[in-house]
Design a protein around this ligand. Structure first.
Ligand SMILES: Nc1ncnc2c1ncn2[C@@H]1O[C@H](COP(=O)(O)OP(=O)(O)O)[C@@H](O)[C@H]1O
Ligand SMILES: [Mg+2]
Length: 429
């Protein structure tokens, strides 16, 4: 591993700020993103390091490595890429473009790249933009330049929203949707070192607090009952930290209030959360209300968990049809088959289950009461209990698929139809 750059803290000229104070004041806090910088000179490493100490960057995770693009390429052969990579290069334009091509091979699709170069060249700038580089800055750069460029990518209201929301819902109650949501959230934060927020929308009976062994005094109820107060700072105070990069917006799981919300009740909370965190896991309870439907309709991705029996198939089919129809321009929801192989239970095979839905399951998780029971009763994640377990491997695979790092494996086994007839599912067009 490479250390931090050595620099003289007394050297006031390093990273000197030539922007006006008011420009800096106008910048809003940068969300919880991970940033890694690869620098060739102290002239760039120092202002980046100092930018990282600015209050606006307090929520970011910043690491600075010495060594330019070649070092980054080597580093990412064995490590996941962060939300933002900043690379400094003194190479001339052609060579710079070539080495960035090497880096691109190891970059996750959602990772943004900012290049700090030493050549002021318009055609280079155009080529870099065409290659998907977020910004090209020319050395020297100031602390404010760095914060401003990061803000322009991740804070600017005109920039695409930072966070992706993934809503998990069960085709029935008790199928394991919440357990899977929490474990996939944990896996994403743990595997990809990216910040994840889990929001438990089952206010009355939510189990995220149990599964993560947390007892926060405040949580999602405070936000949903005082919508006028919600902003990034307020939301921040309601979060419980469950792991280094995993925070939880917990449900109260109490019955002293009733939870009848209007259909937009969670929209502002979700929007605010997406502005602060790259990945938002929504644990949506199995119910059909205005707000639960709206939450599914608005999510970037919907994951339906089902167990292999008939009522699950019927419900999954109804949810999938509804979402396909209402979101014609989005990918269809993703399917997980859970609790597969309960002894002595008659089950629908995965192929037969998937066929009428027109989907390949993204993951099939066996019924494993020992592992799941121990994890739940100890407030531990499955991956903490037994990282090598087959179910944990499926959870990890799902985390890869949901973050665009892997594709669903299609096992083209022709399904036996006939299930559809049994269900008497009407085909309404
Ligand atoms: N694959 C599995 N094998 C055994 N038990 C499971 C499995 N998946 C979930 N469970 C258990 O099923 C119960 C219900 O899970 P939960 O996540 O609360 O379901 P849901 O959110 O769909 O209502 C929990 O006790 C959980 O530990
Ligand atoms: Mg649940």
């Amino acid at each position: 591993m490479m250390g931090k750059p050595a620099y003289d803290p007394e050297d006031d000229d390093a990273g000197r700020d030539d922007r006006s104070q008011s420009d800096m004041y106008a910048l809003r806090p940068v969300p919880r993103i991970s940033i890694q910088a690869f620098c060739e000179t102290d002239g760039i490493a120092v202002p980046i390091e100092r930018a990282g100490e600015d209050r606006r960057m307090a929520k970011t995770h910043l690491k600075i490595h010495m060594g330019g693009i070649a070092t980054a390429v080597e580093f990412y052969q064995s490590a996941p890429t962060p939300n933002l990579i900043i690379v400094e290069s003194r190479a001339e334009p052609r060579q710079l473009l070539e080495s960035l091509g090497d880096l691109a091979e190891y970059c996750d699709p959602s990772t943004k790249v900012v290049v700090i170069g030493h050549y002021n060249d318009v055609s280079l700038y155009r080529d870099l933009m065409r290659a998907g580089i977020s910004e090209y800055m020319i050395a020297p750069v100031s602390i404010a330049d760095i914060i401003a460029v990061i803000s322009s990518i991740f804070v600017d209201p005109e920039a695409e929203p930072l966070g992706r929301s993934i809503a998990f819902v069960g085709a029935k109650g008790g199928v394991g949707s919440s357990t899977i949501a929490h474990n996939v959230g944990w896996a994403m934060s743990n595997l990809f070192k990216t910040e994840v927020m889990v929001a438990d929308l089952d206010l009355a009976f939510g189990t995220a607090n149990i599964n993560f062994d947390q007892d926060p005094a405040q949580g999602i109820a405070e936000a949903v009952f005082s919508p006028e107060r919600i902003d990034e700072v307020y939301l921040d105070r309601l979060l419980a930290q469950c792991a280094e990069k995993l925070s939880l917006l917990a449900a109260p799981s109490t019955l002293d209030r009733v939870y009848d919300f209007d259909s937009e009740a969670f929209a502002h909370i979700i929007d605010t959360a997406q502005r602060t965190t790259p990945l938002l896991v929504l644990d949506v309870p199995h119910m059909w209300t205005g707000w639960s439907k709206q939450t599914l309709l608005q999510a970037d991705e919907v994951v339906i968990t089902a167990t292999p029996e008939l009522a699950n198939l019927r419900n999954a089919k109804n949810i999938i049809d509804m979402l396909r129809k209402s979101r014609p321009n989005d990918a269809p929801p993703k399917l997980i088959l859970n609790q597969v192989g309960v002894p002595k239970r008659a089950e629908i095979s995965a192929a037969d289950f998937a066929e009428p839905l027109g989907l390949t399951p993204m993951g099939i998780i066996p019924f494993d009461p020992l592992l799941f029971g121990n994890a739940a009763n100890n407030g531990r994640m499955l991956g903490e209990m037994d990282a090598k377990n087959a179910s944990v491997q499926v959870i990890n695979e799902i985390a890869h698929i949901l973050t665009g790092r892997a594709e669903i494996k299609t096992k083209t086994k022709a399904g036996v139809s006939g299930i559809l007839g049994k269900l008497k599912l009407r085909k309404k067009q």
